[in-house]
Write a protein that binds this ligand. Structure first.
Ligand SMILES: [Mn+2]
Length: 354
């Protein structure tokens, strides 16, 4: 860790450690739509502070998404309701932002964060300017969990207490695995691997973590996936792949729209495919929602924009009106194939759409 980070880490220790054995309270703010890194870092930090007899809770905008329901120490998680603002303002002594550094990323809790007497930041996202002496910001870190690991290690050194245990290991491993794309992204640091080696000592159940994060699906999800994959159509060059789902298919599978979320990416995995489209009827007659995922040679956002949609280079969406699934499929297949013909070899942008 470089000198200025080391100094900031100590500034933060000096704010937090005097709270030991007092009634003062720390609230930890993950970003809205908390992912494995935001919740993993937040809950592990809260757990470590509580072991030191510092009152700390994670305050989130919503319940954890289903793939994160398995996370331990959710006894330290509270879901914020707007009418509780005054209640929390009276209680809060220190606010810690994790995996974000702006109150805009905290939605309903933004005002509470802004009004906290002391604000601390632990984050690895790119930021403008200096965020102050209490900001543990490191854009080189592959996750916030990586920063929180170092912070908890410093807490151990400073207090002589043992803080790491199996729960903390599970939480931090979840954060590391999430933000490194299972240790595949080029941003993965050597430090992340070192921390994994260290956490292994506390026996996190990595099989369970991977199952919960990447494998577990419900029966309706499996059924609807089968329907989607069996309905795949390809352009003649196989660069464009399309599938569609009617309300009837969803109903028979017992699935909801959210159950389709990972399928466009799965379709994109097919060898030779440049762009995948998943079409689905919405509840409104004649309306077809289109989700797009592309590889290196197709600008999804530009394509979606032609139909008043939007998104990113590799992940976008749009809605078609006054059409049928069949007509929409035909249109998309031919238009996308045409677009692909005019494509340069590559478009810029990250491969990941996370
Ligand atoms: Mn992160």
């Amino acid at each position: 860790m470089d000198k200025s980070l080391e100094k900031r880490l100590h500034n933060i220790l000096n704010e937090i450690l005097p709270l030991r054995n007092t009634a003062d309270e720390v609230f930890i703010f993950p970003h809205v739509g908390a992912d494995g890194d935001a919740l993993g870092s937040g809950l592990s930090l809260a757990a470590a502070l509580n072991t030191l007899n510092i009152k700390a809770l994670v305050l989130a905008d919503e319940e954890p998404i289903s793939s994160l329901e398995f996370l331990p120490r959710q006894d330290l998680l509270r879901v914020f309701a707007p009418d509780e603002l005054e209640h929390y303002i009276k209680r809060i002594n220190i606010a810690i932002a994790v995996d974000c550094h702006q109150s805009e990323r905290m939605e309903m809790r933004g005002e509470l964060f802004e009004r906290a007497p002391i604000k601390i930041i632990m984050d690895h996202h790119v930021h403008d300017g200096d965020l102050g002496e209490l900001a543990l910001m490191n854009t080189e870190a592959s996750s916030t969990s990586e920063l929180v690991f170092d912070f908890i290690e410093a807490l151990e050194r400073e207090t002589g207490e043992e803080l790491f245990n199996q729960d903390l290991a599970t939480l931090i491993v979840t954060g590391l695995v999430t933000d490194t794309g299972r240790f595949s992204f080029p941003t993965t640091t050597a430090r992340a691997f070192e921390q994994m080696a260290c956490l292994k000592h506390f026996k996190p159940d990595t099989t369970r973590i991977y199952y919960e994060l990447y494998e577990r699906i419900t029966l309706p999800q499996a059924l609807v996936r089968g329907e989607v994959l069996s309905r795949i159509k390809c352009s003649s060059e196989q660069g464009v792949i399309v599938s569609s789902v009617s309300r009837e298919i969803l109903r028979k599978a017992g699935a909801v729209d959210g159950d389709l979320e990972t399928l466009p990416s799965e379709m994109r995995m097919v060898e030779g495919v440049k762009v995948a489209f998943l079409l689905r009827e919405t509840a409104v007659p004649g309306e077809v929602r289109v989700n797009i995922r592309s590889n290196d040679c197709f600008d999804s956002a530009a394509f979606a924009l032609r139909y008043n949609g939007g998104g990113h280079v590799r992940a976008a969406g749009m809605t078609l009106y006054n059409t049928s699934l069949e007509a929409a499929e035909e249109l998309i297949l031919s238009e996308a194939a045409k677009t692909l013909e005019q494509c340069p070899d590559k478009v810029s942008g990250e491969k990941s759409d996370n």
